[in-house]
Every structure is written in C-alpha cells, then in structure tokens.
Design a protein around this ligand. Sequence first.
Ligand SMILES: *[C@@H]1O[C@H](CO)[C@@H](O)[C@H](O)[C@H]1NC(C)=O
Ligand SMILES: *[C@@H]1O[C@H](CO)[C@@H](O)[C@H](O)[C@H]1NC(C)=O
Length: 272
Amino acid sequence: MWLVLTLLLPLSLSLGYKVEPGCDDWTLDPSSSSQVCCNKCKPGNRLVSQCGSNTKALCEPCENGTYAATLTALFCKRCTECISPLRMKKPCNAYTDTVCECVQGFLCGDKSCSFCIQECGKGEEPTENRGCRPCPAGTFNSQIHHHCVNWSSSCPSPDQQITAPGTAFSDIVCADRKPTMPTPDVKPKPGIMLVMAIICACLIISSAMPLCVAMFFKKEKTEKKPPKPVETPVAGRRLVPEPEQCSFCFPQEERGSHSSLLLDDKPFELVV
Ligand SMILES: *[C@@H]1O[C@H](CO)[C@@H](O)[C@H](O)[C@H]1NC(C)=O
Ligand SMILES: *[C@@H]1O[C@H](CO)[C@@H](O)[C@H](O)[C@H]1NC(C)=O
C-alpha cells in the first residue's frame, strides 16, 4: 500500500498536472500604480506578460508535453523524446525536461545525454566519428571505452623477462628470471631421454630374450643326450647356463673360454 502511494505521488507530480498557476514574485509597476510586474513565475509556468493587474494571469502553466526551463521563460519547451539508443531515465515535468540515458552498449555523448556513442570494448578504442576501432599494432586496451596505449617496451625490473607478448587486450607479461623459468625448460629433456633409454633397453631385452631362451633349451638337449654317469651331471651343471646368463647372446666372449661351448655356438651363429 505504501509502496503504491510512494510510487504514484512523484509520478502525478512529475507529470505537471498539479502545477500552480501564477506569479511567484512580483513588484508594483513603477509606471502604473494599478499594475504589478512579475519577476518570477511559479515553477512550471511560462511568463505570459511581464506586467498586469492580475498576478495570476501573468504566468500560465505549461501544457502537457512541454516544460518551462526557467522561472522567467516566455515559452514552454517541448519535452525531449528519448529515441533509441536513448531511452527515458526520468519523464518530463512542467519545469524539467525528460532525462534520457543510453541503452546498454552505448554511452552518453555529452553531459545532457542528448546523443549516444557506441561503447567500445576491451581491445578497441573510440574513434572521432562515435565508433570503435581495434587497437593499432603495438598497443592494447584492457578497459571498457578507453584509448589504447603502447605496450611496455621492457619489464619493470631487470630481474624479470618477458614471458608473453602483448595483445590488443593486454600488455606484455613479465616474470622473474631466476627461480622457476630455467627448470621447466631443461627438465622435460632428461625425462624424454630416460623414457627413450628404457624403451631401448626393453627392445633389446625383448629381442635378445627369445634367443637366450632358445640357446638355453638347445643346450639342455645336447647335455641330456649323453648317458648319465655320476660325474657328467657335474660337468653338465657347469655347462647349463642360468637364465640370467645372457652372455650367450654374445658368442665372441665365449669362444676363447670353453671349447665345448664353441661347438654349441655354431648353430646359434647360423641363426643370426
Ligand atoms: C494534461 O493531461 C492530463 C492527463 O491526461 C489532463 O487531465 C490535462 O487536462 C492535460 N492538460 C492539458 C493542458 O492538456
Ligand atoms: C607509442 O609508440 C609510438 C610508436 O612506437 C610512439 O611514436 C609514441 O610516442 C608512443 N606513445 C607513448 C605515449 O609512449
């Protein structure tokens, strides 16, 4: 209820229907004792005639849609219409013109907001013809409706270095030289090399393994063929390679050491 009243009261006043007619401040006409002259009309009135016998007739309220800009205005002015992109902020009343504002994306072009200009975003700047243009090369603007400024030519501190170039929206980016910058540059390389080394090792092992296994079984066969006296298992055991004895993969090492192994190496060499 109170809300409705508080909304309606200023509305009816602002429309100017309650404008009191007449002169507000008058003096006796020095040239005629029967007349008065109006110095100031009541707000919302225009001055019809400066001097007269009836103070109420000297001033006249402005008609709907017009307003008296001053207390001595001879004519009422037509209320301004807010035409898009202008829109009404406060309606006209008998003594104040309409107040306009600009719709979103536009800004008032002058103090009284008689026209709008396009609001320029980040990365661009206003032009003289009320438009916008992108920031020229080497400049940036990170604010709404501001002029582009030059990128910094260097970092603020000599301990810093440029880590990102400037854009239309932002200046160059600087960071401290020492602590973290060199490490990420170097670290990935050993990591990659380590991975590659592991992969190589795996490849070598996986390719050598079947050969070793083949060798192992081949030997076992040849050792088992001869009859089994008690002494031979001793010799045989010596000859049977343990699984990790991958040295058999490299026959050159074996040749000089055991003549018995040399014989077994031959088929292996053919396979290779
Ligand atoms: C102004 O408009 C109001 C409401 O529409 C009306 O009552 C009043 O008579 C009008 N005044 C003039 C001078 O046209
Ligand atoms: C911006 O840069 C231009 C060209 O490099 C130069 O002529 C101009 O003076 C600079 N403006 C400012 C404010 O530093």
